[in-house]
Design a protein around this ligand. Structure first.
Ligand code: KDG
Length: 343
């Protein structure tokens, strides 16, 4: 409702301004005089590296635009879940957001490729692919659905937590009710491992765990710690089964109203904030993994235990190959191999 009212206000202001610009002696107002406001909606809370990185972006943009752009940040799904916020971007009711790629697959199906388990051996291998032509092509495809993808930020490697028992191998999750992000491949992977997965928006997750609607979930260490998951989860397992990217994105409807020099300020700041975000997130994920050991059981896997997970979830590669595109999967795997050869 708030967004609808805001969209109406934008249309009304445009209707008032456009005729006065067109007929003021044939001269449009100088573009430099215009100011713009960006609301950024986030799913994670204001303790997250995601929030800190948007604050970093805000400082850069406000300073470099001499105040012509102002930025306000709304966290903890206050403006809706990832999918709803993307829909708001499409209609110009919200300016920016930063979802994981998993809930983006309904908008651009190619993003499913990043949902394949054990695809990336390291952060750097993931960045190599994300920042390649493959990653850029997927960002460009967002324009067809009314969104400009500015950069890949880092969510992190995902790890399993649960309230029931220590989990070391797939046999330990048989029938366990696990929340996943809203992606068929995440669901499929946990089904293959023998769990009972259910898709759910992030904003509903904590209370679902608290009320025992689900037994567990999976997320990077920083999120597990900073969203207070140990209050409702006793066990964590170092599965690292998926590397999860974020996409920092802006509404195309809003973008098209910006003068070129302000677009450039935003583009450059989004990349600088990406580098800040990756460094911060990696460091925090490592630090919080250690701190979690004080408040829950954190199980580290042997090579053999990790191999069991890899084998258990392997069927999703075949099951979803046509849906994702075999060429796209191959291109990502070849680029990972290229990165490995360079090491
Ligand atoms: O806005 C980001 C979060 O809402 C979400 O993407 C975090 O990894 C996440 C999850 O589990 O939903």
């Amino acid at each position: 409702m708030r967004h609808f009212a805001k969209a109406l206000a934008v249309v009304a202001i445009a209707a008032l301004l456009i005729p006065s610009m067109a007929f003021s002696g044939g001269q449009a107002e100088p573009a430099e005089a215009e100011t713009f406001h960006i609301d950024v909606g986030l799913g994670l809370n204001d303790q997250s590296a995601q929030y800190a990185s948007v604050e970093y972006f805000k400082e850069l943009v406000e300073e470099r635009s001499n105040g012509r752009i102002t930025v306000a940040i709304y966290h903890s799904s206050a403006l809706g879940d990832d999918r709803e916020m993307m829909e708001d971007l499409q209609v110009g009711a919200l300016e920016m957001t930063c979802p994981s790629t998993a809930p983006m697959v309904g908008f651009v199906p190619g993003y499913q490729v990043y949902d394949l388990p054990f695809l990336f051996p390291s952060y750097d291998a993931a960045y190599y692919v994300l920042d390649s032509d493959i990653g850029q092509d997927l960002l460009d495809q967002l324009e067809d659905v009314g969104i400009i993808g500015l950069a890949y930020w880092c969510n992190g490697f995902r790890h399993l937590t649960n309230s029931r028992r220590e989990v070391r191998v797939p046999a330990d999750v048989q029938g366990m009710r696990l929340r996943t992000m809203e992606s068929p491949i995440h669901l499929g992977a946990w089904e293959s491992a023998g769990a009972n997965p259910t898709p759910m928006a992030f904003g509903e997750l904590f209370s679902a765990m608290q009320q025992g609607v689900v037994d567990g979930q999976e997320n990077p260490w920083g999120t597990i710690y900073l969203q207070s998951f140990p209050e409702v989860q006793d066990y964590a397992t170092d599965t690292g089964h998926i590397y999860s990217p974020f996409v920092f994105m802006i509404s195309k409807m809003f973008w098209d109203t910006l003068p070129a020099e302000l677009q450039e300020i935003i583009e450059v700041a989004a990349i600088e904030a990406r580098d800040h975000n990756r460094e911060l997130n990696q460091r925090w994920n490592d630090e919080f993994r250690e701190q979690l050991k004080d408040v829950m059981t954190v199980s580290e896997l042997t090579m053999d235990e990790r191999r069991q997970w890899q084998e258990a979830v392997q069927p999703v590669y075949d099951r979803f190959a046509d849906q994702i595109g075999r060429d796209l999967i191959q291109a990502v795997q070849d680029t990972v191999a290229e990165w490995e050869a360079m090491q």
